[in-house]
Design a protein around this ligand. Structure first.
Ligand code: FAD
Length: 317
């Protein structure tokens, strides 16, 4: 009986969340006297996982799985869990894993807890701490089913190196043709930009920027920091920025290490989606803007004055 993780990869490289899952699962496994197995799908060099405590990898390699397919992937994870007699399965909270986790839980007749942010409070009974109400509250949830599925919130645990020796195995689960009735034929990727999902730092801007012609400084600040760019809802609604950059309750969630908000008022719907970010910096002319109440650092000032100075200073580091 081991703990199983699904180690997500992209273009043959493990996503950071895969290493975070491994770190988390290793600690849970230690407390339960067991080990961590990872199932990978068309991943490259799996050695990296062993640095974070994974002692066995089930490598699935199949061209039919080149593009994400929730039903087929969930079936693969189910078969891996059954093969390993895994009682705890840990997935991430990426968009893909948010699709997968409930399917995996249904497939395995398991209880599922999403948005888990810490190691289990107890493993017998099995109780986990989760966020609720857009990260405004926590609750402790007990999963009483024999098999348990956990969705770990991104960036909630971090990476913890704990090298172990690795056993690799080729795993060839059966695939169900019905799962491929609808399939993605082609994926066009935006290249050269850090995506909001993967970003450690996000530079986000709102209506305070006055117009799309002023986004050059936001992009430059993001580029200097190696950050992704994001925006408030009205900014994408009026077409200043693409909808893919809209963050908040009705947009993409952000759980970055650093979130810089420029000219964003901090409406409750915006905060709901970015609250999980570790450090929040706000630049706003209005000292009464609600964003300052949740900010770790705030600059009361004009973005057109502050941002260029910030870029200039950061370039000297
Ligand atoms: P504004 O509210 O207009 O704020 C602009 C800010 O810029 C002000 O605080 C102002 O002081 C500041 N400013 C002006 N000039 C400067 C300057 N030169 N330098 C620095 N600061 C300056 N919003 C989201 O963002 N995400 C969501 O997911 C979302 N979902 C929603 C869902 C629902 C159901 C509803 C009703 C609303 C939702 N909203 C969402 C909208 C939200 O309520 C706010 O209207 C929106 O976030 C405001 O965007 P903003 O801060 O860019 O603009």
């Amino acid at each position: 009986m081991s703990i199983l993780i699904y180690a997500e990869s992209s273009e043959g490289k493990f996503k950071k969340v895969a290493l975070e899952l491994a770190s988390y699962a290793k600690k849970v496994a230690d407390s339960m006297g067991t080990s961590v197995t990872a199932v990978t799908i068309n991943a490259g060099n799996t050695e990296e996982l062993s640095k974070y405590g994974v002692s066995k990898v089930l490598n699935v390699s199949n061209d039919k799985l080149n593009n994400f397919n929730a039903k087929a992937y969930a079936d693969v994870i189910k078969q891996a869990a059954e093969k390993e007699s895994a009682k705890v399965i840990v997935l991430s909270s990426t968009t893909d894993s948010k699709y997968l986790s409930p399917l995996v839980a249904v497939n395995l007749n398991a209880g599922f807890a999403s948005n888990v942010v810490a190691l289990p409070e107890s493993t017998s009974p099995f109780q986990v701490k989760r966020t609720a109400f857009s990260n405004k509250a926590f609750n402790v949830t007990e999963i009483s089913t024999d098999v348990k599925v956990i969705g770990l919130a991104k960036n909630s645990f971090g990476l913890v190196e704990d090298s172990v020796s690795l056993a690799e195995e080729v795993f060839s689960p059966s695939l169900n043709d019905v799962d491929f009735g609808v399939k993605v034929e082609n994926v066009e990727k935006v290249t050269g930009k850090v995506t909001i999902a993967d970003a450690e730092i996000v530079v986000s801007a709102g209506r305070g920027m006055k117009g799309p012609e002023n986004w050059g400084m936001i992009e430059e600040l993001a580029s200097v920091l190696g950050a992704a760019t994001a925006c408030s809802k009205p900014v994408s609604d009026i077409g200043w920025r693409p909808h893919s950059e809209h963050v908040g309750q009705t947009g993409k969630p952000v759980a970055s290490n650093l979130y810089i908000a420029v000219g964003i008022s901090g409406a409750i719907q915006h905060i709901a989606g970015i609250n999980a970010s570790k450090v929040k910096v706000v630049i706003n002319t209005d000292a009464e803007a609600p964003f300052f109440k949740v900010a770790d650092y705030g600059i009361v000032g004009d973005a057109f004055d502050v941002v260029p100075k910030l870029i200039e200073k950061l370039k000297t580091f």
